[in-house]
Write a protein that binds this ligand. Structure first.
Ligand code: GDP
Length: 195
């Protein structure tokens, strides 16, 4: 599978614009500033395919990247405090319609900053996916940041969370590439599975 030839397809702000789901989709979700754009760029081996910002709170859109046999879907970042109520509502509506319109969603990667415990919104996301019967794994981002002790402590913390029992957890870093091969291998395994 070639991860190096992704093409940015489109960015959508309303669900009626979403492209026809004619390929398997692998999604990336997480709160704003968790490192989602950086990780997508790293996995796709590109510098600026997904936008990386120093400031959280980018526009609420679903972004599609087309590869040879699947679409990588960059879901809107959540949890940015400074957005209006109207934008929060648009976020919920966009996410709900993305997940509830019969798309070929094969897997969701939920990103959480490895240094912090999941927020209430992260927990809501896990619950939403579990209730909807979606398969997902947890990506523990920015794994280059904690020191060895913190790394071990946080990994234990995530491993022991009741809500995430049985969920695959992968520490990863777009800075040093930690976990990126494992993520790609997992994507390949998922796409090889019969559905
Ligand atoms: P997004 O809002 O989730 O798309 O997050 P970005 O990819 O825009 O990253 C947010 C900030 O975190 C930027 O300043 C990045 O440089 C930084 N960042 C992202 N990934 C990593 C990582 O793996 N390690 C470190 N140390 N910083 C990162």
């Amino acid at each position: 599978m070639n991860f190096n030839q992704a093409v940015f397809e489109a960015s959508f702000g309303t669900s009626s614009q979403l492209p026809v789901s004619d390929m398997p989709e692998i999604c990336f979700a997480g709160r704003s500033n968790v490192g989602k754009s950086s990780l997508i760029n790293k996995i796709l081996n590109r510098k600026k395919l997904a936008r990386v910002s120093g400031r959280p709170g980018k526009t609420i859109t679903v972004n599609f990247y087309k590869l040879d046999s699947f679409r990588l879907v960059d879901l809107p970042g959540y949890g940015y405090a400074k957005i209006s109520r109207a934008e929060t509502e648009r976020f919920s509506w966009l996410m709900e319609s993305y997940f509830s319109t019969g798309r070929d969603i094969r897997f969701v990667f939920c990103l959480v900053d490895m240094r912090h415990k999941p927020s209430a919104l992260d927990m809501q996301m896990f619950e939403f996916l579990q209730n909807g019967g979606f398969s997902f794994a947890l990506l523990l981002t920015k794994s280059d940041k904690p020191n060895k002790t913190e790394y071990r402590e946080m990994l234990n913390y995530f491993n022991e969370m009741d809500e995430l029992r049985g969920t695959i957890k992968i520490p990863c870093s777009s800075q040093n590439g930690d976990g990126c091969e494992q993520i790609k291998e997992l994507i390949e395994t998922i796409l090889q599975k019969e559905v």
